[in-house]
Design a protein around this ligand. Structure first.
Ligand code: DGJ
Length: 727
């Protein structure tokens, strides 16, 4: 898959789908030639053109005035003379921030090495991937940059990461080390990204790239509700179904930064990696610093093609453990049913109703520990609140299991309340700067997870519970962002490391916990989808997508989340109306149809249902069980965007193309409305499908389409249509 043309110094990474071309250019710079559709054989015709560009200087000792680092398309720019955004920045002992890395050598290996201490995509067989490492060396110091590229045998994906090795006699401080850089030659491009806030995560934005720099980032200590670590660059004509698009995703859960710069020659440079904001890493002699991994996807089949590649990669090469391919249970969670106001009797009553509906797992949410009656106390004290649970978690778990249901528990291990035994004993365990006040968020502080002693204490507390109480599921929450990012155990010159050390500590914790408890299904959560990123998916196969449970908001949130993340990772629940976040009233059918488009559950007081509602829910549970394999693990296609108009639609197709499920919703009802046609996708054009009692060809459904909303009534109406191929 990877070849090296020694004479022309060209690396060609390719499989049947994509090619990636790198050439070692004048002065030993790895120049970027191409990333896109597979090329059979590259004939070396695309070397960067030579021309004398005024005010773009030439490298030291160069006699060629027509070549400048300022203009050439590069793989990992950082040398003097390139005035664009750079991939790295180092501070040397001399006080200089100038580095000058040049080509030193390369290595090609079978498979894909693990990244020490960091989540990353993996392959099970060495034949499934090949990895190229290009090594650069600084001209003055024995500092080495290892640029790593993995191409997977059967996917339109390249995974990249970088290492800095200090083999010099000097200290070096890293202020920036990106995970990937990709330069594009002059062409019109749209930037697609997912921004938002709490309860409004991953809002889809598409904008034309114009001259200058666009910066997307998180400085919050987590990947955040505010900017998902994802971006795509697409040709302006690219749609869901057709056209070229390049997708980028960072396998990291902390501060990140994406910059997109269009230079004066209309070239575009995208850089993705950890956020350099407040970051600095002291690299001693003999030490290595590893960047997180970034994923690049190429699709010439539009955004659906890009998503398919991300879904396939994350499903098969990122998510791990027992639940990677196992159908996820239908759960009932008590949070929006009771908030903090519950006792054993109340939750057992909800669990019993859930069981009667056919749900499989009951989850006890926040409020079961310390003396937690509101969000002001007890985080850090992971012992049962006997006032609410007189027989403890063990008693409750036994009763839930006796009902024939699984039992799950909510925890928020990274946090500490001022009103907690833990804080009284260890006030210095919260992130803080001695002498300064502590910024408070949701009445709580963030534990210093960069410290091993802190992590060990929390680990032991959790372990005790997980060993004592039979548990099939754990929801891991994280309800505020970091401030006063300072660790009292680290020296002054290492304080820029704390945010990253926190994430490394979190990853170490999760690796240990998920290894020790391999049968627990973990769901990641951060006030909903505040840490919905590939880093967390490496440890936890599903994520509570948003605290916004309103079906209409969820259509947008789930639609845009699907751009990157597989459906098996997207937690979605039916909640009460009027909705707690928006006050909106939608029908139980629509709430069900939207929640059934993800990993399904209920989150409302089931003891207050009418007989009619119970019947509808029983049908939903039955329907979901029947189609769960298709929904969670089938191919997913977006058909109509809820960001673009009055409709939302998507569909699921199984690998044999013999079963499909179409979701459609019309937002606002209209009198005398047009008849809308929905064209399906992903079906087998040679098969006939049974659709609502009629037999229709796959070619007809995809090309002619069908009238979709003729019998819809009222606002936010929706339907699910099942398709089955006829033999
Ligand atoms: C935020 C989560 O997203 C909710 O589902 C719930 O678990 C609360 N935290 C509990 O505090």
């Amino acid at each position: 898959m990877i070849t090296y043309d020694e004479k022309e110094q060209i690396f060609h990474l390719s499989n049947k789908k994509i090619s990636y071309l790198i050439q070692i250019e004048a002065g030993g710079i790895p120049a970027h030639l191409y990333f896109g559709k597979a090329i059979r054989h590259y004939h070396n015709h695309f070397r960067y053109p030579r021309t004398d560009r005024s005010f773009s200087p030439n490298p030291p000792l160069s006699t060629d005035r027509q070549f400048s680092f300022d203009t050439v398309m590069q793989e990992f720019p950082g040398n003097p003379g390139d005035y664009r955004t750079l991939s790295y920045e180092l501070l040397h002992e001399s006080g200089s921030k100038v580095s000058d890395f040049r080509y030193y050598g390369y290595k090609i290996e079978e498979g894909k090495p693990l990244l020490s201490g960091l989540p990353a995509t993996y392959v099970k067989e060495p034949a499934d991937a090949q990895t190229l490492t290009i090594t650069l060396k600084d001209q003055l110091y024995d500092l080495y940059l290892d640029l790593s590229y993995t191409i997977f045998a059967d996917q339109s994906v390249v995974a990249r990461s970088n290492q800095l090795r200090n083999e010099s006699n000097e200290l070096v401080y890293i202020s920036k080390l990106a995970s990937l850089t990709l330069d594009f030659s002059s062409q019109a491009l749209d930037l697609i990204h997912l921004h938002g806030t709490w309860s409004k995560e991953r809002m889809l934005e598409r904008e034309r790239i114009t001259a200058g720099i666009k910066l997307l980032d998180s400085k919050r200590g987590s990947s955040s509700h505010h900017q998902n670590p994802f971006a795509a660059l697409a040709a302006p004509e690219t749609t869901e179904k057709s056209g070229e698009v390049y997708g980028f995703s960072l396998v990291y859960s902390g501060n990140h930064q994406i910059t997109v710069e269009r230079d004066p020659y209309e070239q575009t440079r995208l850089i993705m990696g950890m956020n350099p904001h407040h970051f600095s890493w002291k690299l001693n002699r003999g030490e290595v610093f590893q960047s997180p991994e970034a994923i690049m996807v190429y699709s010439d089949q539009g955004l659906n093609g890009m998503s398919k590649s991300f879904h396939h990669l994350f499903q098969n090469h990122l998510v791990r453990g027992r639940y990677q391919y196992e159908e996820r249970p239908i759960l009932a969670n008590n949070w929006e049913a009771t908030f903090f106001d519950f006792n054993e009797e109340k939750v057992l009553a909800i669990a019993e109703e859930a069981r009667n509906l056919g749900a499989e797992l009951f989850v006890l949410d926040d409020g079961w520990y310390g003396h937690r009656d509101n969000d002001d106390s007890s985080l850090g004290d992971w012992v049962e609140y006997k006032k609410k649970l007189p027989e403890g978690l063990l008693g409750l778990s036994n009763k839930i299991h006796d009902m024939g249901m699984q039992f799950g528990l909510w925890v928020e291990p990274e946090m500490i309340s001022e009103d907690s035994e833990l804080f009284r004993q260890h006030p210095d365990w919260a992130l803080h700067i001695p002498g300064r006040g502590k910024t408070i968020g949701r009445g709580q502080f963030v534990l210093d997870f960069s410290r091993k002693d802190v992590r060990d204490n929390i680990y032991q507390q959790l372990k005790q519970i997980f060993n004592k109480v039979p548990l099939e599921y754990v929801k891991w929450d994280m309800n505020r962002n970091m401030t006063e990012v300072y660790s009292v155990l680290l020296s002054a010159e290492q304080q820029g490391e704390v945010a990253h050390r926190y994430i490394l500590g979190l990853y170490e914790f999760l690796e240990q916990l998920t290894t020790e408890f391999p049968d627990i299904l973990f769901e990641s959560c951060s006030g909903g989808g505040g840490r919905f990123d590939p880093g967390m998916l490496y440890y936890m196969p599903q994520v509570w997508a948003s605290d916004n449970t309103d079906a209409v908001s969820r259509m947008q949130i789930q639609y845009s989340t699907s751009l990157v993340y597989p459906i098996s990772t997207i937690g979605a629940h039916v909640a009460a109306v009027p909705n707690h976040q928006t006050g909106r009233i939608t029908s139980l059918e629509t709430r069900g149809n939207v929640a059934m488009s993800g990993v399904f559950g209920y989150e409302l007081d089931l003891t207050h249902l009418s007989a009619e509602e119970k019947e509808v829910m029983k049908e939903q549970v039955h329907f979901y069980k029947e189609h769960r394999q298709l929904i969670q693990f089938g191919d997913y296609y977006r058909l109509k965007s809820p960001f673009d108009g009055n409709h939302a639609s998507w569909m699921f197709v199984d690998s044999e193309k013999s079963h499909a499920l179409v979701f459609y919703s019309r937002m606002m009802a209209e009198a005398s409305s047009a008849f809308h046609v929905l064209k399906l996708t992903g079906l087998d054009s040679t098969k006939e499908y049974e659709v609502e009692g009629q037999v229709i060809g796959g070619d007809e459904l995809m090309n002619i389409g069908m009238y979709i909303d003729t019998e819809m009534w009222g606002d936010y109406a929706s339907k699910m249509i099942a398709l089955k191929a006829v033999e």
